[in-house]
Design a protein around this ligand. Structure first.
Ligand code: PMP
Length: 413
């Protein structure tokens, strides 16, 4: 273990000092936080950015001529530019702030659906989607008399690309697929998925909720038409997300919600709409959140997303090897290209019991259906346990988890 640590791209033990919550004790035990796929902890710079924004430049953006409003607007628009740079978009006009991945996908399902979809059309998703990349499309299909089709995956948890290619055709109006599965951990070949769809002029939405937190993202290199992600999974604040969309598509789509900010002129008979990105940002935006997100993105950029991905891969490999050695433990998702997520079950122990007992030992994992009921059902499970890692986790913490699993297993025997 120490050999792995000494070669590591990241000094996790030093970085942990930036995250006050990681020094907590739970039931008298040091907190081991392995629920990072659900949400990540926040470094002090993000916590400070929130309090500094409220203390120094709290005023509504875009509306006031006064000093504070201009300061707030500048910080908010700077955040848009920082996000643009983070995902390497061509223009900050293509960066829309939302409440999160879920709202970003709902926005596309509504507005793209209104502009481009007709009865009889199809939407193609994968068999490993989060509910937020299933239900909005289902609702669109119900509204418009369309069909939702599903790309299958193999026993390792890899999408069957041949079957995907065969599902593409003139009726498919959009492909919506996750970059990284929050259950299986699979890193999907989204560049290839996009290339195949584009060969038939079909746009692709990438759910980057997990991907953006663990991988370097370049929406132009991917040629993604839409890319959705959440700030809270990327060390930023809750209630904030991003929708990236190619300008031509966004221009052709109607607004999602009506209200202040998204309009140009309002009459009782009709309204005209603002330009991008404001057309899709009705109401007061979370300008405190966007300022804090700037701090979060600068923090991870300072470490380097490539280094983060490399270190988390070391953690994943170490944990996989140790957990696989536990008799009766089954890892769900064995793709070669995986992100730092390990879903698992242990014979004879209900995942909820496992989660509760681990919690008493100070270890936070997630148990449940992980908002992916159709995926778990297709694998024959109702629920499972999931440990998910971040760059601030250590090899020692994985040893703690493995020792705890063995102890709990002994109790059940
Ligand atoms: N997609 C995936 C793959 C996710 O993991 C999540 C969050 N668990 C979401 C979408 C939804 O993200 P949010 O709740 O932040 O909108």
């Amino acid at each position: 273990m120490s050999a792995i640590c000494s070669q590591s791209a990241i000094d996790a033990k030093a970085l942990r000092a930036d995250f006050p919550i990681l020094a907590s004790q739970v039931y008298g035990k040091p907190l081991v936080y392995f629920d990072n796929a659900a949400t990540t902890q926040k470094p002090q710079v993000v916590i400070d950015a929130i309090s500094k924004a409220y203390a120094t430049c709290n005023a509504n953006v875009h509306r006031g001529v006064h000093y504070l409003s201009q300061q707030a607007t500048q910080a908010h628009e700077e955040a848009r530019e920082v996000v643009r740079d983070f995902i390497h978009a061509a223009s900050s006009d293509e960066i829309i702030f939302t409440r999160g991945t879920t709202e970003s996908i709902n926005l596309v399902a509504f507005s793209f659906g209104e502009a481009f979809c007709q009865p009889g059309d199809e939407i193609l998703i994968s068999g490993m989607e989060h509910h937020s990349n299933i239900v909005p499309w289902q609702m669109l299909c119900q509204r418009k008399g369309m069909t939702l089709k599903v790309i299958p995956f193999d026993e390792k948890g890899c999408l069957k690309i041949d079957e995907y290619a065969a599902l593409l055709g003139p009726k498919v109006k959009l492909v919506a697929v996750t970059q990284v599965s929050n259950v299986l951990g699979t890193i999907n070949p989204v560049a290839e998925i996009i290339r195949l769809a584009h060969a038939q002029q079909i746009p692709v939405l990438v759910d980057g909720a997990q991907g953006a937190a663990h991988l370097s993202v370049d929406v132009q290199a991917l040629d993604a038409d839409f890319y959705a992600f959440s700030a809270h999974k990327l060390y930023g604040p809750t209630g904030l997300g991003v929708l990236y969309g190619k300008r031509a598509l966004l221009e052709a789509m109607p607004p999602y919600q009506g209200g202040g900010e998204m309009i140009d002129q309002v009459y009782y008979s009709h309204s005209t709409y603002n330009q991008l990105p404001y057309k899709f940002e009705a109401g007061t935006p979370d300008f405190i959140g966007t300022t804090a997100f700037t701090a979060a993105l600068r923090y991870v950029q300072n470490i380097g997303m490539d280094k983060i991905a490399r270190y988390e891969d070391e953690l994943l490999k170490y944990a996989t090897e140790k957990m696989q050695a536990i008799e009766g433990l089954h890892i769900i998702g064995q793709a070669e290209h995986k992100s730092a997520v390990i879903s698992f079950v242990i014979d004879g122990i209900h995942p909820y019991d496992l989660g509760l007992l681990l919690d008493k030992l100070g270890i936070a994992i997630r148990t449940g259906h992980h908002c992916a009921q159709p995926l778990l059902e297709s694998l024959g499970y109702e629920v499972c346990a999931r440990a998910s890692f971040s760059f601030y986790n250590t090899f020692d913490e994985i040893d703690t988890l493995v020792a705890a699993l063995l102890r709990i297993q002994k109790m059940f025997k």
